[in-house]
Design a protein around this ligand. Structure first.
Ligand code: UD1
Length: 468
């Protein structure tokens, strides 16, 4: 592992992906460790004085950003292949700087472990975000119920435990919404609290279960993670651990959706099927066949797919993080599809870019979209405005006729490690071109002979090869 973010190139946001669509994918794609689990697990390692080794860590800019925050607080962090060793012994600070935290929403989750360990924490608000407002009310309300005094000044949340020797107190907390981040923050805080904490209406996401898995390995007493009621009996201290991150269900889902969009057969591994059941059900409803093989899944796609209806929901419902990638697929499926986003209020920004590629999508201006499948998308320059929107545009590019040029790669790289290399390995014609490289370089890198000028791209209405 190199951890992209620790040495991220300055002009990352200048580079673009060039994708020659309509290539069949074939072979096997390996799924990396889950980004969202890894981030929470890194935060949890701050709860112990002893080293925590996390295996199967994804090589992502978000992971690098979290590592920088932990190091700034005095923690040790080093990489050994795909493992990261985090040493909480030197943790001295409890107030990460806004400069570091603003890049990462998950940085706010640190308020739980810092408060539990030091009795005090000052963490900048994560602020707004392109997909919605991302409030932290549930985190703060829960910490308050555990005896923390919470105040907010200049965009920084200050928390101070009022209990015995700065220790939080176990209590019963009801979340108004099963927020993943709030559940994780409060679960971490409760591990070192005095007495039992009960989290009601907790998030049931696999990443919450993974965090509980690490915490239990560190000596925490937790029951019920993965259900809506989690019980945590506080202990005085946690010890070190050696723990492997679960496979990334969102990355696995992205690969399966990409295979379907390219009308291909692909083996994706490893996959925990129960983590993706809502997505697999929709792919099958559209006409794909999915069969378990070894530790993974093989997807086979017919030439023609049917549209469907989907609604994002907390787990085990359809994940909001796969809504944009799935909409790219639906754009090429026959008939009408209906998509409703219920988790975030502003997560349809990919629609405008998909429309530029020829997708017929009408939204209600808020959170619902009617997708009328078209026989073929066409490659044009597009920009991924957030992580999953960028993934959606790569998928659309794989399906499209002609060359799609995807910008906004600083968003894509937050959640997918070297995506282009991995897609190339299964037959995609995709290349990352640095801003300083010329179109000629792009041309050579991609095909050796393909003309990448837009005038050379055939009119989709004249195209011979169509999806249906
Ligand atoms: C996590 C994931 C993100 C995923 C999301 C939902 C990480 C690092 N990120 O984000 O990829 O899209 O779960 O599955 O794990 N809310 C409140 N009050 C709060 C907190 C949240 O109303 O105090 C609302 C949010 O506005 C949003 C919804 O809850 O509408 C879901 O947010 P949440 O589950 O907290 O997402 P994150 O943990 O930030």
């Amino acid at each position: 592992m190199t951890l992209a973010a620790l040495n991220s190139p300055v002009d990352l946001d200048q580079s673009q992906l060039f994708i020659v669509g309509q290539q069949r994918l074939e072979g096997e794609l390996h799924v990396n460790g889950a980004k969202n689990s890894a981030l929470a697990l890194m935060a949890a390692s701050a709860l112990s004085h002893e080293p925590v080794r996390l295996r199967n860590m994804p090589d992502l800019t978000d992971i690098g950003a979290m590592a920088k925050i932990l190091v700034s607080l005095g923690m040790g962090f080093h990489l050994e292949g795909s493992s990261a060793v985090l040493r909480g012994g030197g943790l001295t600070s409890h107030d990460p700087s806004y400069d570091l935290t603003r890049k990462l929403r998950a940085s706010f989750f640190l308020i739980g472990p810092l408060l539990a360990r030091h009795g005090v924490a000052k963490v900048p608000l994560p602020g707004g975000c392109r997909i919605g407002s991302r409030p932290v009310r549930e985190h703060n309300k829960g910490l308050q119920a555990m005896g923390a005094r919470i105040s907010m000044k200049d965009g920084v949340v200050s928390a101070e435990a009022q209990g015995n020797h700065g220790r939080l107190q176990g209590c019963s907390i009801h979340l108004d919404y099963p927020s993943v981040g709030a559940t994780e923050t409060l679960m971490m805080a409760a591990t070192l609290a005095e007495g039992e904490t009960v989290l009601n209406n907790a998030a049931q996401e696999p990443e919450v279960m993974d965090l509980a898995g690490l915490l239990k390995t560190m000596g925490a007493r937790i029951q019920g993670a993965g259900s809506s009621t989690i019980r945590i009996a506080g202990v005085k201290q946690l010890h070190g651990a050696d723990y492997a991150v679960i496979p990334d269900r969102i990355e696995a889902g992205t690969f399966l959706i990409a295979a379907a969009a390219a009308r291909s057969r692909l083996h994706v591994t490893p996959v925990e099927t129960s983590h993706l059941s809502a997505v697999l059900a929709k792919l099958e409803e559209m006409g794909c066949s999915i069969s378990p093989q070894g530790q993974g899944l093989t997807i086979t796609t017919p030439g023609q797919l049917r549209g469907c209806e989907l609604r994002t929901q907390p787990f085990p419902g359809f994940p909001t993080d796969l809504q944009a990638p799935f909409m790219a697929l639906l754009s090429t499926a026959e008939g009408d599809s209906f998509v409703t986003e219920t988790v975030f209020e502003n997560r349809l920004q990919h629609v405008a870019e998909l429309q530029r590629m020829g997708a017929q999508i009408h939204t209600n201006g808020v959170n619902a979209a009617h997708v009328k499948g078209v026989p073929m998308l066409s490659g044009v320059p597009v920009t991924g405005t957030d992580l999953r929107a960028a993934a959606a545009l790569v998928i659309a590019g794989l399906a499209a006729d002609g060359v799609t040029q995807v910008g906004g790669l600083e968003n894509l790289d937050r959640g997918y490690a070297r995506l282009e290399e991995r897609l190339q390995s299964v037959g995609a014609r995709i290349n990352r071109i640095d801003a300083t490289q010329t179109a000629q370089t792009a041309q050579t890198a991609l095909t050796g002979s393909l003309d990448l000028s837009y005038s050379s791209i055939p009119d989709p209405s004249q195209g011979a090869c169509r999806n249906w």
